[in-house]
Design a binder for this molecule. Structure first.
Ligand SMILES: NC(=O)c1ccc[n+]([C@@H]2O[C@H](COP(=O)([O-])OP(=O)(O)OC[C@H]3O[C@@H](n4cnc5c(N)ncnc54)[C@H](OP(=O)(O)O)[C@@H]3O)[C@@H](O)[C@H]2O)c1
Length: 214
């Protein structure tokens, strides 16, 4: 925070980073770094810089190397933060416009990250596919997020975006426009190779089902 002597107002310091990817060393985090790098150094891109963060700097550095391959890794800052250490999360939130959170299961690790973002007024984005977590965060942090100008956006992963696009496409085919009370989406995966899933995602899916209210 900065104190403005002329106006007498306390204002927020300009954040150092456009975005911090938290949990960037994970299976999904590595892919998020790879996609993010495609938007760096492009004049039309709003992304001018970003940092990666997590609890293990050597794993983060390996992830950056993997994501940059075959090019040498660019100079992206590597920051330390652990979801069990609220001060480290507050520090991240104070330095960026948005935290893109890849640390899951969100039911176990997500809340402190949302809380740090909402407290500091920075935006929060995640790839969560766990409805109970999303609903709980909305109930608990909505008012404070509005007060502090923090956007909290969940469900920006593969689980959600294609389904959302399918729903939008479907809803535009109806004349007159229809209002749905329920939409069911299915996905079928085909591959010549074996389809594998990562343990973090599997654990999140199991927890998500376990806490489904339906
Ligand atoms: N909605 C979707 O379509 C979609 C798609 C993919 C993934 N996801 C979700 O994304 C989440 C991650 O999945 P994943 O398969 O990438 O898991 P993962 O490979 O196990 O990665 C988990 C990441 O979280 C970090 N982490 C764990 N505990 C932490 C802590 N206390 N503090 C800071 N960082 C911590 C890990 O760091 P270390 O490297 O130090 O262990 C790692 O970087 C899951 O919840 C999954 O369901 C959603």
């Amino acid at each position: 925070m900065f104190y403005n002597f002329q106006s007498g107002h306390i204002t927020k310091a300009q954040p150092t980073y456009d975005m911090i990817i938290l949990g960037a060393s994970g299976f999904t985090g590595k892919h998020v770094i790879r996609e993010t790098l495609k938007f760096l150094n492009i004049p039309s891109s709003p992304l001018k810089n970003f940092a990666i963060a997590g609890r293990n700097t050597s794993k983060l550095s390996q992830a950056l190397q993997w994501a940059s391959c075959p090019n040498p890794p660019p100079e992206i800052p590597i920051l330390t933060a652990d979801t069990t250490d609220p001060a480290s999360l507050r520090h991240l939130a104070s330095r960026t416009k948005i935290i893109l959170n890849c640390v899951g299961p969100f039911r176990l690790y997500g809340e402190p990250v949302v809380e740090a973002c909402v407290d500091s007024g920075c935006d929060y984005l995640d790839i969560c596919g766990e409805p109970e977590f999303m609903e709980r965060m909305e109930v608990k942090y909505h008012d404070k997020a509005v007060e502090n100008g923090s956007l909290v956006v969940s469900a920006c992963g593969f689980d959600s975006i294609p389904a959302e696009l399918g729903w939008m496409f479907n809803s535009r085919q109806w004349m007159p426009p229809a209002i749905f009370s329920k939409v069911e989406a299915y996905i079928s995966l085909e591959s010549d190779k074996r389809i594998v899933g990562n343990l973090g995602t599997y654990e999140s899916a199991v927890l998500s089902m376990a806490y489904c209210r339906n």
